[in-house]
Design a protein around this ligand. Structure first.
Ligand SMILES: Cc1ncc(COP(=O)(O)O)c(C=O)c1O
Length: 392
């Protein structure tokens, strides 16, 4: 009766079971997996965020498949602040970045076609691709001082059914930005092989410092069809507003065809609500303050982690260029699953294991930089104490 694409193994893994047991028993957990910005004690200015949502324009339904013009102009302003000129005509609003992925998979791929996704990276790719009947094929990021795209291996994975290369910039959870040279390599590969390039740039506004080698974004590419994804979820710390976007770039004729087809996809769903489209300009203005708070929080937690892991710590903090997560390499004295289970059950600390994100070898822990500073510091202290303790 049901589709194969939804036939997931729905049994709970041991970590999820243990979390449930602890929560049920009312035991405290220092949650270093919390990435919901609205749950970490930040100051959201209700007086700035709520009134724009009651704009009288929201009483009228006047849909535009690409999104209301004024809303798209406001989003074009986001790119302008990043130094990238985007015409509002080249923007499509979506209800989320996840929806943007789904629309682009429909636009570019038929059932069974392949999408190349980075590893380690965002764990949702498996679900997003499978739900569209397409196949995700991993390409490795290699850790050599910093994580970078292994272009030769990536090219070897391009096959006759490859339709799209996804780059997450900066990547979740490794925090690495695409460098200019990497982007040039991706552009050349995509244009030679007739493949599109998608840049998930939801964390672009969260750098931990400057780097002159950093690419501004996939829209810099002139020779390949590109799609840049963003949204209020991360840019404004407002996932509940449900507004994402796609900016289309690349050579004229392909870009035009992509936009015309994408408009039909968008018109089929018309999924973006009207109140948020009227509010987005004001929300983006209010977002500056929220973003400042998020940057302060992630910056402080990262600095704490850097200080706590200087030698002779048995744990190594991997380079973290941006985003909301940090990766800690811990001694491989037990499996990653045992690491996270022992941390939870014996130390009351919840962290994600590297294998959730397809890290190539153990043992890595992925830590959210969003928790309150005191929770983060105590959680890190307990992780480091366990790493320094006797092997099990
Ligand atoms: C890399 C990346 N892309 C997209 C998203 C989801 O964004 P949205 O809430 O707009 O669907 C996330 C959420 O964690 C993410 O980490």
């Amino acid at each position: 009766m049901f589709s194969r694409r939804t036939a997931w193994d729905r049994s709970h893994n041991r970590l999820a079971e243990s979390v449930e047991r602890k929560r049920h028993a009312g035991e405290p957990i220092l949650d270093l997996t919390e990435t919901n910005p609205t749950q970490v004690g930040l100051n959201y200015p209700g007086s700035e965020l709520l009134p724009p949502l009651s704009d009288p324009g929201a009483l009228v339904y006047h849909p535009d498949p690409r999104g209301l013009w004024a809303a798209r102009q406001a989003v074009a302003g986001v790119y302008a602040e990043r130094g990238i000129l985007v015409d509002a005509q080249d923007l499509f609003l979506t209800a989320s970045t996840s929806e943007a992925y789904a629309w682009l998979f429909k636009l570019l791929a038929d059932p069974g076609d392949e999408i190349l996704v980075p590893q380690p990276s965002y764990p949702l790719f498996d679900f997003l691709t499978r739900l569209e009947g397409v196949v995700s094929v991993g390409y490795p990021l290699v850790l050599d001082g910093t994580w970078s795209v292994d272009l030769a291996t990536l090219e070897a994975r391009v096959g006759s059914r490859t339709r799209l290369i996804v780059a997450v910039n900066p990547n979740n959870p490794t925090g690495t930005y695409l460098k200019r040279q990497e982007l040039r390599g991706l552009e050349s590969l995509c244009s030679r092989r007739g493949i599109a390039l998608l840049g998930d740039e939801v964390f672009a506004e969260y750098p931990h410092g400057e780097d002159s080698d950093r690419a501004a974004g996939v829209l810099e590419c002139e020779r390949a069809l590109t799609f840049s994804l963003g949204g209020l979820s991360k840019l404004a710390g407002l996932p509940q507003m449900k507004l994402g976007w796609i900016a289309v770039g690349g050579p004229g004729p392909e870009k035009q065809e992509a936009k015309e087809r994408l408009e039909l996809v968008a018109d089929t769903y018309l999924s973006v609500n009207t109140p948020v489209q009227h509010a987005v300009g004001a929300l983006l203005t209010a977002a500056r303050g929220i973003r400042q708070e998020l940057r302060r929080r992630t910056g402080r937690n990262l600095r704490h982690l850097q200080g706590a892991t200087i030698q002779p710590s048995p744990c190594r903090l991997l380079p973290c260029e941006g985003g909301w997560t940090a990766v800690l390499q811990v001694p491989a004295i037990m499996s990653e699953e045992d690491w996270v289970l022992r941390l939870l059950e014996e130390d009351g600390v919840l962290a994600h294991p590297g294998f959730f994100f397809e890290f190539p070898v153990p043992a890595y822990l992925v830590l959210s930089l969003l928790p309150r500073e005191e929770i983060f510091a105590e959680g890190v202290a307990r992780i480091l104490a366990r790493a320094a303790g006797p092997a099990p």
